[in-house]
Design a protein around this ligand. Structure first.
Ligand code: FAI
Length: 201
C-alpha cells in the first residue's frame, strides 16, 4: 500500500516518541538531515526539484524543551512557535492546520502533524474535506499514525522503539511502499533526542 508521508506517535518503556517517514513516487531523491540541535529537515538531493514543487523541502521535526513537533511540511515552524508562546498543543495544531490548509497540488495532499509533550501525544490532519485534531491515549506499547493518503484517519500500529535512531530505522522498514527517508524524536534526559535514517547506503 502507498500511503505517502506519515507521522506516528507512541510510547515504549515509559518514553514518548514521535516520528516521520517520507514515502514518495514523484520526489524520491531526498534525505533527512539534522540541521541543528533542535531540527531535522527534509532536503532534495537536486535543488532543481524545488522548482517543481513548493512542498518537498521543509523542517519536519523541531524540538522544544517540553515538546516535539513532527509534520509533513512548512507548518512545523508555526506549530512550534505557538507552543513556545504557551498555546496548548491541541490549539497550536488546530489553529495552524486550519490556517495553512491542505496543499494546493494536483492531489490536494493533506497536511499532517504530530506533537508529543512530556506526558501526552496528539495527531492532526487537514484535508480538502475537513480537519481533525486529537489527543490519543498513550499507554506503554501504544502507537498511532496518520498518513497523507489511504490511512487518513488516526489508526493503531504495532511499533516499539528504544531510541530516536531505532525509531527512524523501524519507520523506514514498515511495509508501506516507496520509503525515502525517516526522522524521529525520542524522550531522553527530560527532553528529546533526534534521529534520522536515509536507507541502506
Ligand atoms: N511532504 C512531502 O515530502 C511531500 N512530497 C511530495 N508532496 C506532495 O505530494 C504530491 C504527490 O507526491 P507523491 O506522488 O510522491 O506521493 C507532490 O506532487 C507534492 O505536491 C509532499 N507534500 C506533502 O506530503
Amino acid at each position: 500500500m502507498y500511503v505517502g508521508r506519515f507521522v506516528i506517535i507512541g510510547k515504549t518503556n515509559g518514553k514518548l516518541w514521535a516520528g516521520y517517514r517520507v514515502s514518495s513516487r514523484s520526489f524520491p531523491n531526498r534525505y533527512a538531515v539534522r540541521s541543528n540541535d533542535m531540527t531535522v529537515a527534509i532536503m532534495p538531493r537536486d535543488v532543481k526539484d524545488l522548482e517543481k514543487s513548493p512542498y518537498i523541502s521543509y523542517n519536519t521535526i523541531k524540538i522544544l524543551p517540553t515538546a516535539a513537533v513532527v509534520t509533513n511540511g512548512s507548518h512545523t515552524d508555526p506549530i512550534v512557535e505557538k507552543i513556545a508562546m504557551g498555546y496548548p498543543a491541541r490549539d497550536a495544531l488546530a489553529l495552524t492546520l486550519l490556517a495553512m490548509d491542505y496543499e494546493k497540488d494536483a492531489l490536494n495532499t493533506p497536511r499532517i502533524a504530530a506533537v508529543v509533550t512530556k506526558d501526552s501525544g496528539f495527531l492532526g490532519i487537514v484535508t480538502k474535506d475537513g480537519i481533525s485534531v486529537s489527543e490519543l491515549p498513550l499507554q506503554d506499547g501504544d502507537c498511532y499514525m496518520v498518513a497523507t493518503y489511504e490511512k487518513t484517519t488516526f489508526s493503531k500500529v504495532t511499533l516499539e522503539a528504544t531510541s530516536a535512531d531505532d525509531l527512524a530505522r523501524k519507520m523506514y522498514d514498515l511495509t508501506f511502499e516507496k520509503p525515502v527517508c525517516s526522522a524521529a524524536a525520542y524522550q531522553k534526559d527530560g527532553g528529546f533526542e533526534l534521529g534520522t535514517y536515509n536507507g541502506p547506503q
